[in-house]
Ligand binder design. Structure first.
Ligand SMILES: [Zn+2]
Length: 248
């Protein structure tokens, strides 16, 4: 695996070069950006290497992972119900990090033209087998060029896995229609319910989770790439949920 030669850590969100060493955890050095307070793992593998690492080896993608399918579909339908009004009837939907295709299928059930994108081959194979009416792409969002013009892009608990968050989010912005909406969720390291001891927090998982946002740094990322924040939804668990729009 090739590690990005990055002798000087810099912030993946704001590109700031001033940071404070925070800790070494599970063999990896973490820094906190002095500008936007994002905590990040330094010396990460490239996105392509991460994709290769995930392909067919994602820690959950076993038969056991897909055991509670009914529950996953119920949850997926609930999420789509809450977001459905963000896209026009028959609009185009993309789940970036679609896993076994549950949310993609739920979107299709409401009449959306539903696409799923996933770096894990086992998950995509599951989705293709069980929810074959949808379109899937195995790979990174940066490499997805099959179609554009999405009205609603959903990416839940994915961006914390991504080393180059700016390239990831820029690719999403490129895929959105003018006026299209983005729903993004990720763990919130500044959340009031986050365990004080990071090791006791299930959101803390370096180097798999390599970027730890706070709501201000997520706003900064989204707005710096031209998106407008529509709403930050309340989150009882230590995570954040944002809805943003690409201007018309
Ligand atoms: Zn920063």
């Amino acid at each position: 695996m090739n590690v990005i030669p990055a002798p000087v850590p810099h912030c993946p969100v704001c590109d700031g070069a001033e940071q404070t060493f925070a800790m070494t955890a599970r063999g990896h050095d973490l820094y906190r950006c002095n500008g936007c307070a994002t905590l990040y793992v330094h010396g990460l593998p490239s996105n392509a290497d991460l994709a290769a690492m995930y392909d067919d080896s994602y820690d959950g993608a076993t038969t056991g992972y897909f055991a509670k399918v009914d529950k996953k579909m119920r949850r997926a339908r609930g999420r789509i119900r809450a977001l459905r009004k963000l896209a026009p009837a028959g609009g185009r939907f993309l789940d970036v990090g679609c896993n076994g295709g549950f949310v993609v299928e739920a979107a299709r059930e409401t009449g959306l033209d539903a696409w799923g994108l996933e770096v894990d081959g086992v998950s995509v194979a599951y989705a293709r087998e069980h929810y074959p009416a949808n379109e899937y792409f195995l790979g990174l969002v940066e490499d997805f060029h099959s179609v554009q013009g999405f009205d609603l892009i959903y990416t839940s608990e994915v961006i914390e896995h991504v080393a180059d968050v700016r390239a990831f989010m820029a690719a999403i912005v490129r895929l959105l229609n003018p006026g299209g909406a983005l729903y993004v969720t990720t763990p919130d390291i500044s959340h009031w319910r986050r365990p004080r001891d990071l090791d006791k927090w299930d959101g803390f998982n370096p180097p798999v989770h390599c970027v730890y946002f706070n709501p201000a740094s997520m706003r900064l990322l989204l707005e710096s790439l031209g998106l407008e924040i529509v709403r930050k939804l309340p989150a009882f668990k230590p995570g954040m949920k944002f809805i943003a729009r690409k201007p018309r």
